[in-house]
Design a protein around this ligand. Structure first.
Ligand code: SER
Length: 341
């Protein structure tokens, strides 16, 4: 049976996707790849290969060695990190995608590639953002994703490559930390709440963004990839939505679990990025074409995050967050919106 290759396998989405794929197909069917050295991986034996996706020869070598039939191409540089390293962002996000699509064309490989809400910009309708609308991204990350969507559509229509994509919102998860995005606050806030009982958020409290819990993300990716090709009418990338909440609403929900938790606000350059993105996405096309339906709302996400992060048996991806027990019941709910600037 042909193997499944995951690029960026140790990233936030990859870490959970690999678990789900291995549960379905078996450990040895799923080949993890990433830029980390094997000596840093530490959990042998698992199929893992060092792979920089900008190296097309190495990519082909791994594909041929394992007889790969499907690639989940997750390697990429996110929005905030991309602004610090625009050249790398362009190279990894676009040369990497082109290498994967070229290989998919040559070896008849099916591809999943994540796009993002970052393809939208300040001129896009913010509420119920339609599937087809103005895409004028302000970040280099958004530009690579908007271009990548066109590249996917081109390879699908011109060469018949079965490439499928989702415009992912911010993702909340506990297995692996996100790596340099504007929505990272929605994960950091949990680990800092447990560690320090406070968090300094780099976005203002009223900032509202489309978000999703990791189990919903994995469900969406697998459902899209398993859908009959005849149902896939969008070959650029599907709008995908679950919930939208403001930072203040997330803080309030966390305070139901950690009543003395305090959030301070110190907006930085990421505020402008967040302000350029939609608040609520219209994902009717995904729902109608292949039956997308999210499961988790904000209270369910927060409860499940704490259930995992506070479980004494829980082992986080790296061990830098000490586990402490939730505090005892509150005398009153506290809701801090202190501004430093
Ligand atoms: N989560 C991503 C970011 O913040 C958006 O796709 O960069």
């Amino acid at each position: 049976m042909k193997k499944i290759l995951v690029t960026g396998a140790r990233g936030q989405v990859g870490s959970d996707l690999v678990i789900a794929l291995r549960q379905r197909s078996g450990v040895n069917q799923v080949i993890e790849t990433g830029r980390r050295k094997i000596s840093d991986i530490g959990e042998q034996p698992i199929p893992y290969q060092v792979l920089d996706v900008t190296d097309n020869k190495r990519l082909e070598e791994v594909i041929e060695h394992y007889q790969v039939g499907t690639i989940y191409h997750l390697a990429g540089i996110l929005s905030a990190q991309g602004e610090s390293h625009p050249d790398d962002c362009w190279k990894v996000n676009l040369e990497g995608l082109r290498n994967v699509l070229e290989a998919a064309k040559s070896y008849q490989i099916k591809v999943f590639w994540p796009s993002s809400i970052a393809v939208f910009g300040a001129n896009t309708p913010k509420i119920k953002t339609p599937q087809t609308t103005i895409k004028e991204p302000s970040t280099i990350y958004g530009i690579t994703k908007a271009t990548g969507e066109l590249l996917c559509q081109y390879y699908a229509h011109r060469f018949g490559v079965d490439v499928r994509s989702l415009r992912l919102p911010g993702i909340i998860s506990y297995n692996a930390p996100p790596g340099g995005g504007t929505t990272d606050f929605a994960v950091e806030i949990f680990t800092e709440a447990i560690k320090n009982n406070s968090y300094v958020c780099f976005l203002r409290p009223e900032t509202r963004l489309p978000m999703m819990y990791m189990p919903d993300t994995i469900k969406a990716i697998l459902k899209l990839m398993e859908a009959d090709p005849a149902l896939i009418s969008v070959r650029s990338s599907y709008n995908l939505a679950a919930i939208s909440f403001s930072v203040a609403e997330l803080v309030a929900e966390i305070q139901k679990h950690l009543p003395n938790f305090t959030c301070y606000y110190q907006p930085d350059f990421r505020q402008a990025i967040a302000d350029s993105w939609p608040t609520v996405i219209d994902d009717t096309k995904a729902r109608n074409d292949w039956g997308w339906q999210p499961s988790y709302d904000l209270p369910a996400i927060v409860a499940d995050m704490f259930a995992h992060l506070l479980d004494p048996q829980f082992k986080s991806f790296d061990d830098k967050y000490p586990k402490v027990l939730a505090q005892s019941a509150p005398t009153k709910m506290m809701y801090s919106t202190t501004h430093f600037c």
